[in-house]
Design a protein around this ligand. Structure first.
Ligand code: PAF
Length: 276
């Protein structure tokens, strides 16, 4: 794997892949099997696989969360090498990414007016800023996103569409621990007892799936929220259309997903599940 620390070197290196399929997996490091599964997907469908590690300050609405974000660069490099990543962009400064940034507008409609869009003000603006810049630097043909951050995946897809970027955005299934906990870099911050309690997210999502046809939607949301409250500090538990994250009525036939955010100890965990 070639590690490049500035955008010029990266672009020179990638110029040899003109006309080829360039798969890109942007990350903030502290890699786990969720990330490596994205790289494996990229590896089977693309000619060259590029990843980036950059803990992007502009997407943290809580500065403490940014300070506590785990950094494990050496382990990350080993993980990337183990799945055959070809190129790692490891910018040595935020300036390398943010230099010459230009303003842009994307109308997300209601996509960022729900869930994380409300509870983490400014978060998606920061995500869009950095992902757009990374896309401009790497110029991928395909980019792979985990569906644990489902709202992020939809927003990036919409941004690329509106900005006419010729990049296919692929959403990949959430990878889970044996007991169902969604893989997340933040899991490293859980104490052992908190780690055990953290399975309550997936257990509640599965309860929701089992009851989706039996209990009216709002009552089920309340019930699941109350279940979460016994173990942590839930922010929301909502059941929404998978295509636009809005509420639905009885005639709606498309995919439905349930979304949860709950803080266990000091760690804010997020998960979602297709329930219909
Ligand atoms: O999902 C993430 O890890 C981040 O939001 C991303 C896409 C790498 C942008 O910083």
């Amino acid at each position: 794997m070639i590690i490049l620390k500035n955008r010029e070197a990266l672009q020179v290196h990638l110029s040899q892949y003109k006309g080829k399929k360039i798969g890109f997996v942007p990350t903030m490091g502290a890699l786990h099997r969720g990330h490596t599964s994205l790289l494996v997907k990229a590896k089977v469908s693309c000619d060259v696989v590029v990843s980036s590690i950059f803990v992007n300050p502009t997407q943290f609405n809580n500065p403490k969360d940014f300070e506590r974000y785990p950094i494990r660069t050496q382990e990350d490099i080993e993980a990337l090498e183990s799945v055959g990543c070809d190129v790692l962009y490891l910018p040595e400064s935020a300036e390398d990414i943010y230099q010459n940034e230009t303003d842009f507008e994307v109308d997300l409609g209601l996509l960022d007016k729900v869930m994380e869009g409300i509870n983490r003000p400014g978060h998606f603006k920061g995500v869009m800023r950095v992902v757009k810049l990374l896309f401009e630097i790497v110029n991928p043909t395909h980019s792979f996103f985990g569906m644990k951050d489902y709202q992020q995946y939809l927003i990036v897809k919409e941004m690329v569409k509106q900005l006419n970027m010729p990049i296919e955005i692929l959403g990949c299934e959430t990878i889970r621990e044996a007991d169902g906990l969604a893989m997340s870099s933040r899991n490293l911050l859980l104490t052992l007892p908190e780690r055990q309690v953290a399975t309550t997210l997936i257990k509640t999502l599965e309860y929701c799936k089992e009851h989706i046809d039996l209990v009216p939607t709002e009552e089920l949301e309340d019930r699941c929220f109350a279940m979460m409250k016994q173990y942590g500090d839930p922010e929301y538990f909502v059941i929404r259309r998978a295509d636009n994250l809005q509420k639905f009525d009885a005639d709606y036939q498309g995919e439905i997903r349930a979304f949860v955010v709950c803080t266990i100890g000091k760690v804010r965990l997020i998960d979602n599940l297709k329930v219909k």
